[in-house]
Ligand binder design. Structure first.
Ligand code: ADP
Length: 219
């Protein structure tokens, strides 16, 4: 399903994120204070504009509140990152994701209401360390266009039923590969058909994008 995103700050991370989302078929608005960055991303996104995200007035006309998510990818200038995140939150944007360059930066972004925080350098370093330590079998699986692994809360009609009754594999072509139980915290890998779904569970599902999107809407 086509979604609408805005990426504020088109440095390295913002540039590749914006271009990547556009390549996946989404509508992407790129925003940067620097005309050169905007020029560079112009043909890789739906629309690119020059604006200072620390100025609420400049953001107002961009209708960011209509987007599925807005990503603030300003790392090096701390006060710009903070002000931009605050402005976007104040506009009533549904989901604000912000990039942090340090733990302290991340804590501030969390305090001012960022819904999700990325630490690109730290996250990539940890992923790289894990891959070098123990190469993940998923890295060797051919990437299947049109299939994904997602984690989602079960739709209400799943609760209290076991996996045999739900029969997701035959009805929707979806395989339940794990269940994250939240109280107490526990991961059930490859649950059996007798596993009964609880309201507090998170299901990790592998399947066709279309079928997963249908479930996501219901959950
Ligand atoms: P990276 O490390 O991913 O390259 P940077 O933090 O260096 O990230 O990049 C920040 C980007 O954000 C730059 O392109 C810069 O021009 C842009 N930027 C900085 N301040 C603002 C602002 N107030 N409004 C919009 N964009 C900004």
């Amino acid at each position: 399903m086509k979604k609408q995103f805005a990426v504020i700050g088109l440095g390295n991370f913002g540039f590749y994120l914006a271009a990547g989302l556009f390549q996946k078929g989404h509508e992407v608005l790129g925003i940067d204070i620097n005309p050169r960055q905007v020029q560079e991303v112009r043909d890789k996104v739906s629309r690119a504009v020059i604006a200072d995200a620390t100025d609420p007035q400049a953001l107002k006309e961009l209708e960011l509140e209509k987007m599925n998510a807005v990503v603030v990818s300003i790392g090096s200038v701390l006060n710009s990152s903070i002000l931009a995140t605050l402005n976007v939150k104040d506009m009533g944007v549904k989901r604000v994701v912000a990039k942090a360059v340090s733990d302290a930066h991340g804590r501030i972004l969390q305090k001012i209401g960022a819904d999700d925080i990325y630490f690109p350098e730290k996250d990539l370093a940890l992923t790289a360390a894990q891959r070098l330590d123990n190469p993940n079998v998923l890295d060797y699986l051919p990437f299947m266009e049109g299939y994904s692994i997602v984690q989602l809360a079960p739709p209400a009609m799943f609760v209290g039923k076991n996996l045999i009754e739900l029969d997701l594999i035959n009805r929707l072509g979806i395989q339940v590969i794990a269940v994250t139980e939240t109280s107490p915290e526990n991961v059930v890998m490859i649950p059996t058909g007798r596993f009964v779904v609880k309201d507090s569970d998170l299901l990790v599902l592998l399947g066709p994008d279309k079928a997963l999107a249908g479930l996501e809407e219901k959950s």
